[in-house]
Design a protein around this ligand. Structure first.
Ligand code: SF4
Ligand code: SF4
Length: 410
């Protein structure tokens, strides 16, 4: 297995093991290198083969710990010890969450403890548990809400204590009536939590959209949800905290939806972090007609050019398409006809058409300073709506990357 040191937003973790060292499943193998950073835990019982560069899903190379399992091991998680959460102060609680290595499992991979640490001078009155699937095809959150309710409510209680919020709302799209019913029935009386059904539409699972739908509050441009007195967590993140924290264990596996016409056995699978994508696909079976593998969902996911990348904390889905779907997609790009459909489609009220023109002229700084590029959360709605097939969201990702490069070079 390959455990990259950067599976989250923030500073990469630092290896604390050496080549040849034996590790136990669940044992910390890398330490955080700052507050906005998380540790990594061994996903298997075995030995450290090497510490070297590895190919990552974004196409870059990054440092990683390579582990080989002991075939005779039961792979039971033996690491960890009970933790009495009730006795912890708020800071201790946030530190304990950092120790679990938790990041947002919805795909953003932002360290969870950083979200729980409400910035000085701000107050949070509500936490939102995001039970809307982030994208079409993905169904792990839906299953989790039916199968791991106890963990989810435990995680909500921890998040309420850590943030000091007075209430929690679980926002679920109306097309999951079984989850809405089951969670309403199971909600404990001693936690101030309410299950709220929201309209089924993409991108309802985006933080800003959900805050607006549930609380009628708007996050200001360039601001954070805490500016609207809210913190949003994916339901899988909360359930995982609720499970790991009382056991003082680390994040070593996650639920992943593996689906698409190119997969023989589609489903939701619990996958050890660090498992090479190639091994995962061998297990679920690739059809002969499979041609394209996407990590994430169809709107925001990334097409892979190599299967030698590991499953990491932020990967919520693997989609495999066949030649038939690829052929059905329009590929030719036409000039912008000023139809305004992208403007209508943008949930962030941006002007994707204008941003697209500026991107083609490489006016990246202007895009950020005057056209609110950073408020784009890359939902892909504009590119989907565009009759000219202009790859708008790809332009915006590139523009943001160029702006980051420019700032780093200062
Ligand atoms: S990807 Fe397009 S539609 Fe989505 S937020 Fe960005 S500009 Fe708006
Ligand atoms: S949807 Fe496409 S063609 Fe229409 S205004 Fe936007 S960029 Fe131009």
């Amino acid at each position: 297995m390959i455990v990259p040191m950067s599976q989250h937003i923030g500073a990469p973790a630092k290896p604390i093991v050496r080549k040849g060292q034996e590790v136990v499943r669940g044992e910390p193998i890398a330490a955080p290198s700052g507050f906005v950073s998380v540790p990594m835990h061994a996903p298997l019982t075995g030995v450290v083969e090497k510490i070297d560069l590895a190919l990552l899903a974004d196409g870059t190379m990054g440092p990683a710990i390579y582990l080989r399992s002991y075939p005779g091991s039961s792979q039971e998680v033996l690491y960890g010890a009970p933790l009495d959460i009730e006795t912890l102060q708020r800071d201790e609680l946030i530190g304990a969450v950092q120790d679990t290595g938790m990041v947002g499992l919805g795909g953003a991979a932002f360290p969870t403890h950083v979200k729980l640490a409400v910035p000085k001078g701000k107050t949070v009155d509500t936490i939102i548990a995001n039970g809307c699937e982030c994208e079409p095809y993905l169904t792990t959150d839906h299953r989790l809400m039916l199968e791991r309710m106890e963990d989810l409510f435990a995680g909500i209680e921890i998040a309420l204590r850590a943030t000091g919020a007075a209430q929690a709302l679980i926002g679920i799209e109306e097309n999951k009536p079984d989850a809405i019913k089951a969670l309403r029935a199971a909600a404990p009386d001693d936690i101030p939590v309410r299950v709220v059904a929201v309209q089924t539409k993409y991108p309802q699972g985006a933080e800003r959209m959900l805050i607006k739908a549930l609380l009628k509050r708007e996050v200001p441009s360039g601001g954070l949800p805490s500016d609207a007195r809210v913190v949003v967590f994916n339901v899988a993140t909360l359930a995982q905290i609720g499970y790991l924290l009382p056991r003082r264990q680390g994040l070593i596996e996650r639920g992943v939806t593996i689906t698409g016409p190119g997969i023989e056995k589609p489903g939701n699978y619990l996958i050890a972090l660090g498992t090479p994508l190639r091994d995962v696909l061998e297990q679920v079976g690739l059809r002969d007609s499979a041609r394209q593998v996407i990590l994430g969902g169809p709107m925001m996911g990334q097409s892979m050019w190599s299967l030698d990348v590991p499953i990491t904390k932020g990967i919520s889905g693997v989609l495999v398409f066949t030649e038939a779907e690829i052929q059905a997609r329009p590929t030719k790009v036409y000039p912008c006809i000023r139809c305004g459909q992208c403007v209508q489609a943008c949930p962030a009220f941006l002007n994707p058409s204008r941003l697209g023109v500026l991107a083609r002229k490489e006016r990246y700084q202007l895009m950020e300073e005057q056209y609110y590029l950073n408020d784009c959360f890359e939902c892909g709605g504009c590119a989907y709506a565009c009759p000219s097939n202009i790859p708008l969201v790809q332009y915006f990702r590139m523009a943001k990357a160029k702006n980051r490069e420019r700032k780093a070079a200062r």
